[in-house]
Design a protein around this ligand. Structure first.
Ligand code: NAP
Length: 461
């Protein structure tokens, strides 16, 4: 059999409108779904299978042949088979020489093998032009057409022409190819489908930990303390009062934590006198998840807004209000309007409303659809300048809320500060350091360092 001539034929440029035949090895879930989609898009499909018997599940216009026969009919062979069965390909090395072999496989665990499946395939078939693609698209999405979330197909390979041929098929199927470079990128591409919100892990665990801590803190001070020392059963505080204390505190702390790594990075750069040395790993990782921290903070702030809005319809609040009115009626005395209190309460509400408005604005700009439509300078302006405005407004909202209570001994049950006082530590620290950093004598050298200037250059001329 002259395999070379058939290879040449299959690789000859296609001048007619007819699409070139594609061979798929494996008639499993993915092979069938991909074959079905390809036939719909006008590609003749031939399957290479261990059994040439046609079953009802196989797309009806497709041919089913042995692996060697099917491979000879096409220039592109898609391997829809698990990696552990790849050994069967070794005897087919000659048939597959010069062909474009597409590896679509995934693993069960991150970095399961020392090399990527695509690199392993390239080692088994040294003469083949191996391309990695399609592994992030699921058989179900291909079959049901629900490809909205997975339209992107990551493609990588060492042979440019082979990669282009695969990217053309991807486009013809209505998907978006994303060239990820050489086959070295395959390991990373194979890890994508196994990742579970990698950037969200630290922010979510941190938020859960802090929320649990503050819940127990409030439970002790607002429920247990009042029960023990004042004989009041305020256990119902668990439903709304305590969550409405925790939410603003969490929102403010997390918002502070969004801006804290930035000021720490500035201090490190000033201290080192260069931007060309890597930050410690923990700071790098922290900076990468700032968006997630900010979005969780926004979720807490939104919950705080909703909890606050339902306050007037709460039975406890209505009881407390009517108790005050009745007390005034019984004493036959109307309390005069306390102007200081009126000012404090209105200012604290206004600061909260404005802070929340800017918070939402900053949150919206972090959405990919919005951030993609603004340039880098506009994005920095919103995320940094408006972000700091949000932090200032929310910190001021909490400070005004605390007001005179900061100095009142009754605010320190069991000698512990109220949680809104704790929530001010991080944002106040960030704002104070930021304030120092914007002084011209500090800002100027920092800007120079960020533009590439070095205090002690390593490579001086
Ligand atoms: P599957 O349903 O288990 O099918 C695998 C096919 O491999 C079988 O139908 C069989 O085809 C062939 N096969 C099995 N054992 C073999 C052996 N010892 N020697 C030769 N061929 C053998 O698996 P699948 O879900 O289609 O997945 C196939 C590949 O696509 C995997 O690497 C997977 O990681 C990848 N993938 C799957 C999805 C998905 O949503 N399913 C998504 C992305 C990537 P024949 O009986 O025709 O020989």
């Amino acid at each position: 059999m002259n395999t070379n001539s058939s290879n040449m034929m299959a690789l000859a440029p296609n001048t007619s409108n007819k699409r070139e035949t594609v061979c798929i090895f494996g008639t499993g879930d993915f092979g069938r779904a991909l074959g079905h989609k390809m036939i719909q898009c006008g590609y003749p499909v031939v399957y290479g299978s261990r059994s040439t018997q046609i079953s009802n599940l196989i797309p009806k216009d497709a041919e089913v042949l042995s692996h060697a026969e099917a491979a000879q009919k096409a220039a592109i062979i898609i391997i829809a088979i698990q990696r552990q069965h790849y050994n069967f390909l070794t005897p087919l090395a000659e048939v597959l020489r010069g062909k474009v072999v597409v590896d679509i496989s995934n693993n069960l665990k991150l970095n399961q093998y020392p090399e990527s499946n695509a690199e392993y395939l390239a080692q088994l078939l040294p003469g083949a032009r191996v391309v990695k693609a399609f592994n992030t698209v699921s058989a179900w999405a291909l079959q049901s057409g629900a490809l909205d979330a997975s339209r992107q197909v990551f493609v990588c390979g060492d042979d440019m022409e082979a990669k282009q041929m695969v990217m053309n098929i991807v486009r013809a199927l209505g998907l978006t190819p994303l060239d990820q470079g050489s086959l070295l990128a395959a390991q990373e591409i194979e890890n994508y489908p196994l990742q579970l919100f990698p950037m969200w892990k630290f922010p979510v665990f941190l938020s859960l930990g802090l929320t649990a801590f503050f819940f127990l803190y409030c439970l002790a001070l607002d429920v247990i303390y009042t029960y023990v020392y004042e004989n009041n059963n305020f256990s119902f505080f668990i439903a709304i009062t305590i969550p409405n204390r925790i939410c603003p505190v969490m929102a403010l702390i997390l918002l502070g934590l969004v801006y804290l790594p930035g000021v720490l990075a500035a201090i490190i750069q000033l201290y080192r006198g260069t931007k060309y040395r890597r930050f410690p790993d923990w700071l790098d990782k922290w900076m990468l998840c700032r968006k997630q921290l900010g979005l969780i903070a926004l979720a807490f702030a939104s919950l705080h807004a909703v909890f606050t809005l339902v306050s007037p319809i709460r039975s406890f609040v209505r009881w407390r209000t009517s108790k005050g009115i009745i007390a005034q009626a019984l004493n036959n005395k109307t309390e005069p309007l306390d102007l200081t209190n009126a000012w404090l309460s209105d200012s604290y509400l206004a600061l909260g409303i404005l802070g929340f408005f800017f918070f939402v604005l900053v949150g919206i700009t972090s959405l990919p659809s919005v951030s993609n439509s603004v340039n880098w300078r506009e994005f920095r302006f919103v995320q940094s300048k408006l972000g700091y405005v949000t932090l200032i407004l929310c910190t001021a909202h909490t400070l005004v809320y605390g007001g005179k209570w900061f100095l009142s001994p009754s605010a320190y049950r069991w000698y512990l500060p109220n949680i809104y006082m704790l929530s001010l530590v991080v944002p106040c620290a960030v704002l104070v350091v930021k304030f120092v950093l914007i002084f011209p004598c500090v800002d100027k050298p920092l800007t120079q360092i960020r533009q590439g200037w070095e205090r002690n250059p390593k490579y001086s001329e």
